[in-house]
Design a protein around this ligand. Structure first.
Ligand code: SF4
Length: 289
């Protein structure tokens, strides 16, 4: 739909759980989520939800010597509106819900005496309707902000500024595959040109290290798609080197390649997993490239 919801999901195979079918087929998106209330201009409902005493999932045990133990982790939202067809989180956490900014900032204020590092955990950080208030509130508290992987289509200047300020030098993004065609198959509607431009905007801020999440073994994948994957990574690397000249240093492009695994309750759940021998062959081919 034009408002980003999915209302007409007709699985080709029998056996798709009805619970998921119903959630996806609802003509009216579920009531009661802050994100939808703000989007629809339902101020009474939005005020009610904002003023509720909402639980904010976050670090509860302070263990500075543990992995990421010196960082307050806060889950700012759950679910994602993008609808990538392979994504477990997108479909199983549907519809997306957010924690109000006031609760996130209250939690951050409570922990500020212990740490100046905060990690915003979410499948889509910039999907949060109050992300500006969250970022400015955290910057005012002098927090160093980091984020889990970013949705490429939603990286904002404001978020990049906050990350630069936090001296977070590595960003993870997920082109998933190398060709525009295969990206349309999985419903990630970004082109290679857009991905290179977005990575360019990241490099131009001096953040020269980017981790790329990629998948092989997707349904309908061909050798040409794999060849386009090399070409895309090379274009991103060339763009990084160009930006690096201005800063007098080179960064790193870190491609992380995984095999596609069909997840339950997603549109691709009944697609076959790539045969092990074939998958190893494709991964070897990609790694050689
Ligand atoms: S953008 Fe990321 S989190 Fe959202 S549906 Fe796609 S893969 Fe899942």
């Amino acid at each position: 739909n034009s408002d980003g919801t999915i209302f007409d999901y007709r699985p080709r195979h029998s056996g798709v759980p009805r619970r998921v079918g119903r959630a996806l087929a609802a003509v009216n998106p579920k009531e009661g989520t802050l994100r939808r209330a703000i989007k629809r201009g339902e101020t009474d409902l939005a005020d009610f939800l904002v003023n509720q005493d909402i639980f904010c999932p976050s670090t509860s045990v302070w263990a500075p010597k543990a992995e990421m133990g010196d960082r307050l982790l806060v889950e700012i939202s759950r679910g994602c509106s993008q609808g990538c067809r392979f994504c477990w989180a997108g479909y199983n956490y549907y519809p997306p819900r957010v924690v109000p900014a006031k609760d996130i900032l209250a939690k951050a204020a409570e922990w500020r005496s212990k740490t100046d590092k905060i990690g915003l955990v979410s499948t889509a950080v910039c999907d949060h309707p109050e992300i500006s208030a969250i970022l400015s509130g955290l910057r005012a508290m002098d927090y160093r902000i980091s984020v889990s992987s970013l949705r490429l289509d939603q990286i904002s200047d404001e978020l990049l500024d906050a990350l630069v300020e936090s001296r977070d030098q590595q960003i993870a993004v997920a082109p998933e595959t190398g060709s525009d065609r295969l990206r349309r198959v999985i419903n990630k509607n970004l082109t290679n040109d857009e991905i290179v431009d977005i990575c360019g905007a990241i490099f131009d801020r001096g953040m020269l290290t980017v981790k790329l999440y990629l998948m092989v073994g997707l349904p309908t994948e061909t050798d040409e798609d794999l060849d386009e994957m090399f070409a895309l990574v090379k274009r991103i690397r060339d763009r990084m080197l160009k930006a690096g000249k201005r800063f007098g240093r080179a960064g790193r492009i870190i491609p992380a390649v995984n095999g596609f695994v069909p997840k339950p309750n997603t549109p691709l759940q009944w697609d076959a997993i790539c045969d092990e021998k074939e998958l190893k062959k494709r991964i070897k081919y990609v790694c050689r490239g």
